[in-house]
Ligand binder design. Sequence first.
Ligand SMILES: [Zn+2]
Length: 290
Amino acid sequence: MERVTGSRLAKLLGSLLIYPFILARRALRRWWRMPDHETVVICYHQVAAEERARFARQMDHLLRWTTLVDASFVPRTGAGRDHQVMVTADDGWKSFYDHAVPELNRRDIPFVVFAVSNRLGEAIDGVEGDRLMTAAELRDVAQRATVGSHTANHLAMTALSPQDATAELIDSRRQLAALLGRTPALFCFPFSLFDPRVIALAREAGYRQVFTDIPQRAGPDEFICGRIRVDPSDWMIEFHLKVMGAYRWTVSAIALKQALRAALRSLHPARHRPRPVADSSGMVQPADPT
Ligand SMILES: [Zn+2]
């Protein structure tokens, strides 16, 4: 359950202010007969039993306000509106299998699960009271959903040697293909940690597209697809603004904040000691790494 923090409220307020401009831009494009088939990719993790009803309400909201697309960005269901949404879930948690998958299937909503191929059935990242889907559960999900790779062992790709990073990309692909009879075309970075080096390795490994947790553009022609993290505990207005693309400004805001911090450091090096950085790539990292 996400806490009420200043950062969460600031993002919500900023997105509320931006939303009228997004609506106006869409209306103008429609008026000029330039439909904007923009896709927002949303990303879930766990869905607890007590959150199932909230998750179901969120799915009904998507059906009412958006068109749901599959892993190839092809429209499948929903309101037939220009605005498109793809549902994804990271790690492949048992709680998602138990509480979210039935609600998705009941509504015929396509979705993508990014699985950790070498850790099926295990608990990861110190999470208690939940575990990853077993091989049988993942096979069951794959009957209706697309399964992508989330590495073999859920390690931070940017911290690995080129050999180890390649092994994570190739091994997970091979393991999932053997399990499901289909070679995964999509990949998503654990903790959303990536840099140009691991992106190039993913491309070399043969993936069609890679997904981050940064709310940037996504579409069939983008190799790097952005996503926005959502949660059943999101307030309805927060969820609505996220799925309508109103949280994109946060990427620029974080970049601006980092640039200002760097400028202050260069002006007053003694007062602004450099902080340790998780990723030496220099790429913008998400506000809430997962
Ligand atoms: Zn993950």
